[in-house]
Design a protein around this ligand. Structure first.
Ligand code: SAH
Ligand code: SF4
Length: 412
């Protein structure tokens, strides 16, 4: 495996928890919270707006991690800030770089609160950061590794923003306003279901897209949902971001199995909510994600059914080769099957790129994210299953009539 683990000892990244970090960090705070903090250290009411705007630029444009770096604020105010707050990011407990350049950070913001963020560089010099919105997920999609991890909790807006700041620290891309920059897009496609945490996701997006700060425009932010129908309109109204739908099946019977939330919000309701998403047009299309599962959802008939389902929706389709994980029980469709599926969708007028899996070697690809602790438990469980299967095979050698096929291993 080509995984490389790199040194974490850099300014701001992976800073060990020190007594000072018990102070609140301003990195990740919204404008109102920042003003409240300034008021609490005695900044006068009439100067609050100006001081908060200054600080905002230092935090989110310059990316400072030390109050001493702030040059245009009176020394005395700086001292008060340093005595009452920090600019620390949450701890980076693991940083991995794939042979294809994908980077993954495992971040810990509090005991037991661990989540992953992945940066996927693009050939054209741009790149997308895939952020998590929850620790774990309640939804149990049958092909998703995250779905096997119980929900621990929603991430706060500050924890979501911190993922972007940690990536910027690591990529060396402060100030935010530099051009060109690699981190150009954000996708909410990490761990968790963003529409079950919409208040915090929307608050984080307000911070991330502010032009005086991190400055990633709303059209460059995509929120992916497995289909939380009642929140789709609010997502559009409150964030104005791009919508992605994890579709994966074209009929309710199959989607009920792959995405169990479908039993609550079936396809007809989902498609109606999508059609009403604010601002949809040919320049602002919905992305439909469709994971290619061998023999499950990948036939030409299903490609045609997909085209019928999308009729009249400004849409593009991302075909995602299934990323395997131990014990999933699924396999990825063959390349030829995927290409045939893509052709049918493309010939009907929808862009249908086949996603190249990125960062598979560091378990950073779609659906592979989960916290380290759970990973360890899973590998122990897998080792136990393999040992049991081996023992079974050995006894089968003695009595061949009972032999279990090797393919049964890991399929439960
Ligand atoms: N919960 C949200 C966002 C996170 S998942 C959602 O489901 O949309 C991001 C994407 O990865 C989703 O489309 C999801 O269905 C897909 N995915 C999950 N597991 C996968 C796997 N093993 N291989 C390929 N894609 C997967
Ligand atoms: Fe949750 Fe999305 Fe995975 Fe489904 S695909 S279990 S909604 S993270």
């Amino acid at each position: 495996m080509m995984t490389v683990s790199l040194d974490l000892a850099r300014g701001g990244v992976g800073a060990p928890a020190t007594p000072e970090t018990a102070l609140p960090s301003l990195a990740g705070m919204g404008m109102e919270a920042l003003k409240a903090h300034l008021a609490s250290i005695g900044v006068e009411e009439k100067k609050l707006k100006m001081r908060a705007a200054q600080l905002w630029r230092w935090i989110y444009d310059a990316g400072v991690t030390d109050f001493d770096a702030i040059t245009n604020v009176a020394k005395e105010v700086r001292a008060k800030l340093a005595a009452t707050a920090t600019l620390a990011r949450p701890e980076v407990v693991e940083r991995l770089v794939s042979k294809d350049g994908t980077r993954k950070w495992l971040i810990r913001s509090a005991p037991g609160i661990e989540f992953e963020t992945v940066f996927i560089p693009d050939v054209a010099g741009s790149g997308a950061l895939c952020v998590s919105s929850q620790v774990g997920c309640t939804l149990n999609c049958s092909f998703c590794h995250t779905g096997t991890q119980k929900l621990v909790r929603n991430l706060t807006a500050a924890e979501i923003v911190a993922q972007v700041m940690i990536a910027r620290d690591d990529l060396g891309e402060w100030p935010s306003t530099q051009d060109p920059r690699q981190l150009t897009n954000i996708v909410f496609m990490g761990m968790g279901e963003p529409l079950y945490n919409l208040d915090n996701v929307a608050a984080a997006i307000d911070i991330i897209c502010d032009p005086e700060g991190i400055a990633i425009g709303r059209r460059r932010i995509t929120v992916s949902t497995s289909g939380v129908v009642p929140e789709i309109a609010r997502l559009g109204r409150e964030t104005g971001t791009m919508l992605a739908i994890s579709l994966h099946a074209t009929n309710d019977a199959l989607r009920d199995v792959l995405v169990p939330l479908n039993k609550k919000y079936p396809l007809a309701e989902l498609m109606a909510a999508i059609r009403n998403y604010p601002g949809l047009n040919n320049a602002k299309r919905v992305t439909f994600e469709y994971v290619m599962l061998k023999g499950i959802n990948d036939s030409p008939a299903e490609a045609r059914a997909l085209v019928r389902l999308l009729a009249g929706v400004p849409a593009k389709v991302n075909l995602i080769p299934f990323n395997p994980w131990p014990g999933s029980g699924y396999e990825c469709s063959d390349r030829r099957t995927i290409d045939a599926f893509a052709d049918i969708v493309r010939n009907a007028g929808y862009a249908s790129p086949v996603r190249t899996p990125r960062g598979r070697d560091i378990l950073a690809a779609c659906g592979q994210l989960r916290s380290e602790s759970v990973k360890t438990r899973a590998s122990v469980a897998l080792a136990e299953r393999l040992a049991a299967a081996e023992a079974k095979a050995e006894s089968a050698d003695a009595a061949p009539a009972n032999a279990a096929p090797a393919s049964a291993v890991g399929a439960d």
